[in-house]
Ligand binder design. Structure first.
Ligand SMILES: Cc1cc2nc3c(=O)[nH]c(=O)nc-3n(C[C@H](O)[C@H](O)[C@H](O)COP(=O)(O)O)c2cc1C
Length: 336
């Protein structure tokens, strides 16, 4: 019998496989289906800062112009249907979900500033969430904003949320830091309970027929695990915070790799969107089977066994490996 138990951001989980933030957690029924599919925990879809700002601005506008101008106010602000749900429904969903399922529910706040938005962290805790994942979805497109400013933004948000709640707080990180290791160290020292690697930015494309920027969503592929894998393997054993892996988990093999790199929890969304929520149970069973076939008795034994600190050749994660790769490269299209 393989012991799949793990501890992630202070939470005791039955195994490492979690449903990451997505519409998969959109309603109560979905939470129940995720629990039935053996999810160890669920990260809820994000409550976006824009939704909160919309509500706050809308309310103060209504207060100024009077209730009779309601229709005018509605046309002034972007239609609320554009957003997933408002804060009240989000908090209500947490309340009802925590009453209906036994697995931990991690709420998600997605924003870029720390005003107002962070106040909701307190309400999320009161609603019963077991933890909060902060997704600082920020593209520093302003040319005045320096790398140090960007780092400070993350730190300020984390410190403010940590000062507000007592439940654990995870940070879902972007890979685009010039010194990710140092950033991770700073967040770790500032009290992050987990670092989730990585946030997947939805880069725009161009529709050449309509000449418009298209923002259609592309689901991940297993080959995308490589960047998070590199950094989880690099950070394992060097930070106190738990490490959560997200991106590219489509089969049990990606889960094995992430845990071997050093992940405490491994998340999936794209695979469940394609194959359905029940597929999560197959992922967990596949992890257990892979381990028992190879005589691993626990996730603790597997975790970090291929981290940078533990592999026979730690330079395999570094530049020297790049040179070796180029030396051995033979272009199949060029005859020699
Ligand atoms: C349709 C969809 C909606 C998502 N919504 C959120 C969200 O609200 N908040 C968030 O932090 N991540 C969100 N994500 C990102 C996922 O949580 C996950 O990090 C990403 O899809 C990579 O994992 P995967 O390869 O398993 O899909 C979303 C992803 C998809 C595909």
């Amino acid at each position: 019998m393989v012991d799949l138990r793990t501890k992630y951001m202070g939470l005791d989980l039955a195994h490492p496989v979690i449903a990451s933030a997505s519409p998969l957690s959109k309603d109560l029924d979905a939470f129940k289906r995720l629990e039935d599919a053996n999810a160890a925990a669920v990260v809820m879809f994000s409550l976006f800062e824009e939704q909160l700002r919309w509500e706050q601005e809308s309310l103060s506008y209504l207060a100024e112009v009077g209730a009779e101008s309601c229709s005018e106010a509605r046309s002034y602000f972007p239609p609320v249907e554009r957003y997933q749900v408002g804060p009240d429904r989000y908090l209500e969903l947490i309340r009802r979900a925590t009453e209906s399922v036994r697995i931990p529910i991690i709420a998600s706040l997605n924003g870029v500033s720390h005003e107002g938005w962070i106040e909701y962290a307190r309400q999320i805790q009161q609603a019963g969430a077991a933890g909060i994942e902060l997704n600082v979805y920020h593209i520093p497109s302003g040319l005045e904003e320096s790398g140090r400013d960007v780092e400070q933004r993350y730190l300020d948000i984390l410190v403010a949320v940590k000062a507000t709640v007592t439940i654990p707080v995870a940070l879902k990180l972007s890979p685009f830091f010039s010194a990710l290791g140092h950033m991770a160290k700073q967040l770790d020292e500032a009290g992050a309970d987990a670092l989730v690697l990585f946030n997947r930015f939805y880069q725009p494309d161009f529709d050449l027929e309509s000449r418009q920027v298209s923002t259609n969503l592309e689901l991940s592929t297993p080959s995308e695990i490589r960047l998070p894998l590199l950094w989880i393997a690099t950070l394992h054993g060097k930070v106190r915070a738990s490490l959560g892996a997200t991106t590219g988990v489509h089969s049990p093999l990606e889960i094995v790799k992430y845990v071997m790199a050093g992940a405490d929890a491994v998340m999936t969304t794209s695979a469940l969107l394609v194959k359905g929520i029940p597929y999560l149970a197959q992922l967990v069973a596949g992890l257990s089977e892979w381990m028992s076939t190879r005589q691993y008795s626990s996730v603790a034994q597997l975790r970090g066994s291929m981290s940078q600190a533990r592999v026979a050749d730690p330079t395999a994660f570094q530049r020297s490996n790049y040179i070796r790769l180029l030396e051995s490269y033979r272009n199949p299209y060029v005859s020699r």
